[in-house]
Design a protein around this ligand. Structure first.
Ligand code: AKG
Ligand code: FE2
Length: 363
């Protein structure tokens, strides 16, 4: 049983307000999850029914060779169907991937007060935020996850304020990943018949956030979620996961014998990165690329880390379906808005599948 002070409000205060996180709670020695973490039956994840999405990673080095067009088609098809794919030869050195996982484990392995120093209100910079779950104040059931979020402004700011346990490797990950993101974006936008110059692309991915997620071991994985059903808000997400597994994506349509609505697992592949389409790219492409709904399970045997980079438009950017695509489609499926409004809406609601996109729908 949870120690008795971990009931109701005192649990919330201990885990959320005081910054002990799920990790701090687990370290007290729990034999079962507190009520606040028990998901309603329809949100629980049936591990035994998982279908594995075992497509091999797309080899990005082939973009520079004779198979260029084939690889472009492969990337576009993945973005149009599942909205998730894995990439190899992506330009992020393998030792950076290993050091990132070590850095995340190191950061979260620290005593709670070291991490709590980055809580909102305590953090030395508004760009660095340590927390737990997604929007705990709004959630009926909390997510079994702690995180540190680092918003990139400049190298100097990152060197000054990002936690020393992770800043050098997180910056190297960001620098090398962004080259790949630009390439992928050129490919995907190009496939829509649109050419964007570098300054247009800069506006679309003007905000970059590196997160480190930590999912502690959980005594009742069948009752909880690491992250609930959601889509990502930005353009493209780059994700490094460790070897534990547990990332699931919902099929938006039937492909390769998998039914619409099935949840497929994106298995860990050593050295590969996961790429997924976010809401903004779905909107820009007028619905052609899919911002897939995804979620993460917990496990009772080992903690898990994942390290996403979210590439997001500048808050002042006007976002809407690209005019050339609308012209071809004959209909605009989304309206135009200033991205800050989308962000405000996204962060003021608990995860609820693809509901975040409703904000942009043309009615
Ligand atoms: O942990 C993962 O594999 C995915 C995390 C995720 O979906 C997110 O941080 O948005
Ligand atoms: Fe996500």
């Amino acid at each position: 049983m949870a120690p008795s002070f971990l009931d109701g409000n005192s649990l919330f205060n201990f885990v959320v307000r005081d910054g002990n996180g799920v990790k701090g709670m687990v370290d007290l020695g729990l034999s079962e999850v507190p009520e606040k973490y028990v998901q309603p039956p329809k949100e629980r994840i049936d591990k035994l029914n998982a279908i594995i999405h075992d497509n091999p990673p797309i080899d990005l080095s082939k973009l520079d060779g004779p198979d260029h067009d084939l690889v472009v088609d492969e990337i576009a098809r993945a973005a149009e169907t599942l909205g998730f794919f894995q990439v190899a030869n992506h330009g992020v050195p393998v030792d950076v991937l290993e050091s990132l996982k070590d850095a995340a484990n190191h950061f979260f392995g620290q005593p709670p007060e070291k991490k709590a120093a980055y809580r909102v209100g305590a953090s030395p910079s508004p760009s660095v935020k340590y927390g737990t779950s997604f929007v705990p104040e709004k959630e009926k059931a909390l997510e079994w996850k702690d995180y540190i979020s680092m918003l990139y402004t400049t190298d100097a700011e990152a060197h000054e304020y990002w936690p020393k346990e992770c800043k050098d490797v997180a910056l190297e990950y960001l620098r090398t990943s962004m080259k790949m993101v630009r390439k992928l974006l050129k490919v995907l936008i190009g496939k829509l018949g649109v050419t964007l110059d570098d300054s247009n692309i800069d506006g679309l991915i003007g905000l970059k956030i590196v997160n480190m997620n930590f999912y502690p071991t959980c005594p009742n994985p069948e009752l909880t979620v690491g992250v609930g059903r959601h889509s990502d808000m930005g353009v493209l997400t780059v994700l490094l996961q460790d070897g534990i597994g547990g990332l699931y994506v919902k099929m938006e349509e039937e492909i390769d014998g998998k039914r619409k609505g099935d949840w497929v697992e994106i298995p860990p592949v050593a050295g590969a990165l996961v790429i997924n389409v976010g809401d903004t790219l779905q909107i820009l492409s007028n619905g052609r690329y899919k911002s897939a709904e995804h979620r993460v399970r917990t496990t009772s045997t080992k903690s898990r880390v994942s390290i996403p980079i979210f590439t997001i438009p500048k808050p002042t950017e006007k976002i809407g379906p690209l005019p050339q695509v609308v012209e071809g489609d004959g209909v605009a499926r989304y309206r135009e808005f200033v991205f800050q409004e989308y962000m405000n809406n996204f962060f003021s609601n608990a995860h609820d599948g693809k509901k975040s996109l409703d904000f942009a729908k043309n009615i």
